[in-house]
Write a protein that binds this ligand. Structure first.
Ligand code: FAD
Ligand code: NAD
Length: 474
C-alpha cells in the first residue's frame, strides 16, 4: 500500500484546498510545500496568502482609509487635521494578517489530518509503477509513495529582459508589498491587475505613480465600457497611465531607476525612485519533476488537463495557476475541490464559465461571463441594460456614486451572458450575478426578485430591468 492516497505538490489555494477536501473524503492526504518567508519560516498558502491576494488587500484597505481620512471626510462634515502615515504599522498589520491566515491553514491541516511535508517535492515513477514524491527539506530528503499526485505548483512573475528584478530598486509584486518608505516616484511596468491595485496603494500613500502599459488599449480583459470608466477615474485620481509604451531599457543609478520606453511619440527616459514589474505571471513547474515523468504541457508552459483536472498520465492531476485559465485563487481552490472529489470517486465539477473577476481598486471592478466585445466577436445577439450608481440612494449616501452595473442577456432567450460592474462594493455585488448565471437565470429572473432598500444591490435589480427597457429610477 502506498504511503498516501493523495500527495499534493504545492500548498497554495489550489493545493491546500485539494488536500483538505481529499482528507474530508477519507483519503490519506499530504501536502508538500517549502515556501519560506523573509523571516525564514516555512509557510503554507502560496502566492495568494504570502505575497498576493491577502497582503495586497490588506494594504488596499489601509491606504484607502488613509486617503479617506486625508481627503474624503470633509463632505460628511468631518474635519480632520494632522493626518500622518505610519507605514511601519501599516506593514506590520499586513504581515500580521498574513501570519494569522497562513498559520490558520496549518491548523486546518491538523484538524483534517493532512500531513504537511515540509520542503519541495519532485514527482518520480517508482519501480512498481506507482508514483513517488521526493521531498527535499531542511532535514534532508524524504521519499513518499502515493496512489494519486496533484500538481499545484502555481505561478511566478513573468520576467522581462529590459527590467531585471534586483529586489531593491526594481521589484516584483513581493517587493512592491514591502517598501519600507513611500517612494516619491513609482514606475510600474504593466497596467494590469497588479499594476492598478498596487499602483493605487502607493498613490494613496503619497507616491507619484506612472504606469507604462505596452498595449494601446486600457484593461483589455474588461468590458470596454467598464475599462473606459476606469481609465477616466484612475486618471482623475492621479495615476499617470501611459498606453502603448514599450520599455526598452532600465538603468539603476544614484538618482533611482532610469526607464527608457518607446511610444507613438518616440523614445523617452523617465527616472523613478522605485520600479515595479507587473507584466503578468507564468506557470511555475520547475523542479516538480512533471516534465521529467512525461506530463504534457502546452506551448505556453501550462500543464494540459481535461475538464476535471486529469493530466495525460494516470493518477496525476493538476490544478490552479500551473494549468490554463484565469490565474485566480478561487479558480485554483475550486479545481482543488473538484480533483479531490474525482479522486474519491465522486463527480467533481468546476464551472469555468462563471468564474468572477474582481479588481480591488477604487472604484472596484468586477465581472462574470462574457463582455460585449466577446459577444460581438462570437456573433451572439444580446440585449444590454445599464444602471448608474449615481441614481442609487445607498451609493449617494455612501458618497460613492460613480460607476454602473451592466447586464448582458441573450436577445432570444434572455439568459444572462455577462454582468459587469464598476463601483462601490462591486466585489460583493458580483456574487448575485455569479449565482444567477450558475443557475442559468434570465435577466427577467433578477428583475422579479425583491432587493432590499436602500442597498447597492438595487442597482443590480435596476440593470436587470434595464435589459427590458423598464428601469424604475432612471
Ligand atoms: P500558488 O498560490 O502560486 O501556490 C503554489 C505553491 O506551490 C507555492 O506556495 C509554491 O511554493 C509551491 N510549490 C511550487 N513548486 C513546488 C514544489 N516542487 N514542491 C512543493 N511546493 C511547490 N487572485 C484572486 O483570486 N484574487 C486576488 O485578489 C488576487 N490578488 C493577487 C495579488 C497579487 C499581488 C498576486 C501576485 C496574485 C494575486 N492573485 C489573486 C492570484 C492568486 O494569488 C493566484 O491565482 C493563486 O495564488 C493561485 O493558486 P495556486 O495554488 O495555483 O498557486
Ligand atoms: P496582468 O495580465 O493583469 O497585466 C499585465 C499587464 O502588463 C497587461 O496589461 C499587459 O498588456 C502588460 N504588459 C505585458 N508585457 C509588457 C511589457 N513588456 N511592457 C509593458 N506592459 C506589458 O498581470 P499582472 O498584473 O502581473 O497580474 C498577474 C495575474 O495575477 C493577473 O492576471 C491575475 O490573474 C492575478 N491577479 C489577480 C488579482 C485579483 O484577482 N484582484 C490581483 C492581482 C493579480
Amino acid at each position: 500500500m502506498a504511503d498516501f492516497d493523495v500527495v499534493v505538490i504545492g500548498g497554495g489555494p489550489g493545493g491546500y484546498v485539494a488536500a483538505i477536501r481529499a482528507a474530508q473524503l477519507g483519503l490519506r492526504a499530504a501536502c508538500v510545500e517549502g515556501w519560506t518567508t523573509p523571516s525564514g519560516q516555512l509557510a503554507l498558502g502560496g502566492t495568494c496568502l504570502n505575497v498576493g491576494c491577502i497582503p495586497s488587500k490588506a494594504m488596499l484597505e489601509s491606504s484607502e482609509h488613509f486617503e479617506q481620512v486625508s481627503h474624503g471626510l470633509s463632505e460628511h462634515g468631518v474635519q480632520v487635521s494632522g493626518v500622518k502615515l505610519d507605514l511601519a504599522t501599516l506593514l506590520k498589520r499586513k504581515d500580521g494578517i498574513v501570519g494569522t491566515l497562513t498559520g490558520g491553514i496549518q491548523g486546518l491541516f491538523k484538524k483534517n489530518k493532512v500531513e504537511w511535508l515540509r520542503g519541495f517535492g519532485r514527482l518520480e515513477k517508482s519501480g512498481d509503477g506507482a508514483w513517488q514524491v521526493v521531498v527535499e527539506g531542511a532535514e534532508g530528503a524524504r521519499i513518499v509513495s502515493a496512489t494519486h499526485v496533484v500538481l499545484a505548483t502555481g505561478s511566478r512573475p513573468r520576467p522581462i529582459d529590459a527590467a531585471p528584478i534586483d529586489g531593491k530598486s526594481i521589484v516584483d509584486n513581493a517587493g512592491a508589498l514591502a517598501f519600507d518608505s513611500v517612494p516619491k516616484t513609482l514606475g510600474v511596468i504593466g497596467a494590469g491587475v497588479i499594476g492598478l491595485e498596487l499602483g493605487s496603494v502607493w498613490r494613496r500613500l503619497g507616491s507619484q505613480v506612472t504606469l507604462l502599459e505596452a498595449l494601446p488599449g486600457f484593461l483589455a480583459l474588461a468590458d470596454p465600457g467598464v475599462a473606459a470608466e476606469a481609465h477616466k477615474q484612475f486618471t482623475a485620481q492621479g495615476l499617470d497611465i501611459r498606453l502603448g509604451a514599450t520599455v526598452t531599457a532600465t538603468k539603476v543609478g544614484k538618482a533611482g531607476v532610469a526607464v527608457t520606453y518607446k511610444d507613438k511619440d518616440g523614445e523617452h527616459t523617465t527616472t523613478f525612485d522605485k520600479l515595479v514589474v507587473a507584466v503578468g505571471r507564468v506557470p511555475h513547474t520547475d523542479g516538480s519533476g512533471a516534465r521529467e515523468v512525461g506530463v504534457a504541457f502546452n506551448e505556453r508552459g501550462f500543464i494540459v488537463t481535461d475538464e476535471q483536472g486529469r493530466t495525460n498520465l494516470p493518477n496525476v492531476w493538476a490544478v490552479g495557476d500551473c494549468t490554463p485559465g484565469p490565474m485566480l485563487a478561487h479558480k485554483a481552490s475550486e479545481e482543488g475541490v473538484m480533483v479531490a472529489e474525482c479522486i474519491a470517486g465522486q463527480h467533481g465539477h468546476c464551472d469555468h464559465a462563471v468564474i468572477p473577476w474582481v479588481i480591488y481598486t477604487h472604484p472596484e471592478i468586477a465581472w462574470v461571463g462574457q463582455t460585449e466585445t466577446q459577444l460581438k466577436a462570437a456573433g451572439i445577439d444580446y440585449r444590454a441594460g445599464s444602471f448608474p450608481f449615481a441614481a442609487n440612494g445607498r451609493a449617494r449616501s455612501l458618497g460613492n456614486p460613480s460607476g454602473f452595473v451592466k447586464m448582458l442577456a441573450c436577445a432570444r432567450t434572455d439568459r444572462l451572458l455577462g454582468v459587469h460592474i464598476i463601483g462601490p462594493q462591486a466585489s460583493e455585488l458580483i456574487s448575485e450575478a455569479v449565482v444567477a448565471m450558475a443557475f442559468g437565470a434570465a435577466s427577467e429572473d433578477l428583475a422579479r426578485i425583491v432587493h432590499a432598500h436602500p442597498t447597492l444591490s438595487e442597482s443590480m435589480h435596476e440593470a436587470a430591468l434595464a435589459v427590458d427597457g423598464r428601469t424604475l429610477h432612471l
